[in-house]
Design a protein around this ligand. Structure first.
Ligand code: PEP
Ligand code: MN
Length: 473
């Protein structure tokens, strides 16, 4: 899909998708658009964001692409997770540390279970915009605009008017979050979470606790052995081929849903490809990985148009409404050069629908020749109303969709390359079940999400243990 054209410099070539520019999405129909009352204000903010420095650089984006190519080829496993809706308030020491801690602990268990490197992508440092099923909602008998995420409007019912300053807020909160992540990872944060210190007291069933403890013990032994032979996994260096070496702390990538295209455009920059300094390409420098949501993936729509032009690895959410032939058309647009791992298909059907839709999607992709990363999001198809009246998800449904996805991939000669969870490192009570046996009646104790229900710390670890167990088999 590359077309070459002359550039101002005689030494570099712009490599871009055919007929694509960072603004070409503007001529296409758009879903989930935000209606800003003051357009001039919006333009001023976007110009300002357009001058601010990149938050990530092309070298990191290419490194993630290489790692995702490994996942697509079955040589690594992907763990992607974080909040449904990140809040500006989460840009603070403790929430950042607890999210990193749970992601690192999960990845340690997964490395051990899968016996392969784990690629870690956080839904973090920019996961602010939310698509909504309805533009308005009722509050105390009055119709008000829906909450669209911290980068659009406020959660408080009297703060729902979209405010462009919030886009600038998104940039600075993302930058501050990433800055702290980079700092603590660089200083060996992972060392503090050695499995021998893990507390498994929350696990109610003693058989399950023994099972977890045995995984932790074997993991601890493996890490101690690595240290003894001088191959300290936290000592530095990236993928050297050994799974435990990927516990190297530098590689946690950031991601968010690419929903507000004005913001994404302002962070799209023409930069030199570090692998080939004679070429300049378009990178989204606001995050490493962005995905298209299930509501904005229309073939002729603005989001697909924007996404087809950037070098970053991208995700596509696939739900029951995706037709197999539509999926192939989408891949042909987004991955015209058929580059392994360029696209991560994040499937989210729901436990009752996975068997109906996943096989057809796998077969269509296999026949198309695209080599994708298959990731299972067992959260979004399994949202239910709780008895207490809040949105919840049951660990039993999450577990079943995940195990079925693993089985279906195996049956069809494919492989599940990764998982995508909504989770937090905090002890919230938003999902039912898990080894702590959280009950419906306890949901209101610490129900804190502004959007979808997340796995808490213990439930997130449950998922990692579960996947490790499957992979051991
Ligand atoms: C999400 O990931 O929070 C989300 C809105 O998902 P989906 O697009 O799959 O509904
Ligand atoms: Mn969500």
């Amino acid at each position: 899909m590359s077309s070459r054209s002359a550039t101002p410099s005689q030494f570099t070539t712009i490599v871009a998708a055919k007929d694509w520019t960072p603004t070409s999405w503007q001529s296409k129909p758009i879903k989930q658009d935000v209606d800003y009352p003051d357009q001039a204000h919006l333009q001023r903010v976007l110009e300002k964001i357009g001058r601010l420095p990149p938050m990530v650089v092309p070298g990191e984006i290419h490194r993630l692409r290489r790692q995702l190519a490994d996942v697509a080829m079955g040589k690594a496993f992907l763990l992607q997770g974080g909040d449904c809706a990140e809040l500006f308030d989460y840009c603070s020491q403790s929430p950042i540390e607890s999210k990193l801690k749970v992601l690192l602990q999960m990845s340690l268990v997964l490395v051990w279970g899968a016996r392969m490197p784990v690629v870690r992508i956080a839904r973090m440092a920019g996961q602010y915009a939310k698509p909504r099923s309805k533009p308005t909602e009722m509050h105390e008998g009055k119709e008000i605009l829906s909450y669209r995420g911290d980068n659009v409007n406020g959660y408080a019912p009297d703060d729902r008017t979209p405010d462009p300053e919030r886009l600038l807020g998104a940039y600075f909160h993302s930058a501050a979050t990433l800055n702290y992540v980079r700092s603590i990872l660089g200083e060996g944060f992972a060392d503090l979470h050695h499995p021998s210190n893990w507390n498994l007291h929350h696990v109610k069933s003693s058989t399950l606790r023994q099972e977890y403890q045995s995984i932790v013990d074997r993991l601890t032994d493996a890490l101690d052995f690595m240290k003894t032979i001088g191959a300290d996994p936290n000592a530095g260096g990236s993928h050297d081929g050994s799974p435990l070496s990927t516990l190297n702390t530098v590689d946690i990538f950031a991601s968010h849903e690419g929903l507000l295209l004005e913001y994404e455009q302002a962070l799209t920059r023409l930069l030199t490809d570090p692998n080939d300094p004679s070429q300049r390409k378009y990178y989204n420098v606001g995050t490493h990985f962005i995905w298209i949501g299930d509501r904005t993936r229309q073939l002729d729509g603005a989001h697909v148009e924007y996404f087809r032009g950037i070098e970053n690895p991208i995700g596509v959410k696939c739900g029951p409404s995706m037709k197999p032939e539509e999926l192939v058309d989408l891949l042909n647009i987004l991955d015209a050069d058929k580059r392994p791992g360029k696209i991560t298909l994040i499937t989210r059907y729901g436990v009752d629908q996975v068997e109906k839709y996943l096989p057809g999607h796998i077969q269509a992709v296999q026949d198309s020749g695209h080599i994708v990363v298959w990731a299972c999001d067992p959260m979004h198809g399994n949202t239910k109303q709780s008895v207490s009246g809040v949105k919840t998800r049951h660990l039993i449904d999450i577990t079943k969709e995940l195990s079925q996805a693993i089985r279906i991939h195996k049956r069809l000669g494919s492989h599940l390359g990764g998982v995508h969870f909504e989770l937090t490192g905090d002890r919230v009570t938003e999902c039912v079940g898990g080894s702590m046996e959280l009950m419906d009646a306890e949901l209101l104790d610490r129900y804190e999400t502004h959007c979808d229900p997340r796995l808490n710390y213990e439930q997130a670890l449950d998922m990692a243990f579960l996947i490790a167990k499957y992979q051991e088999k």
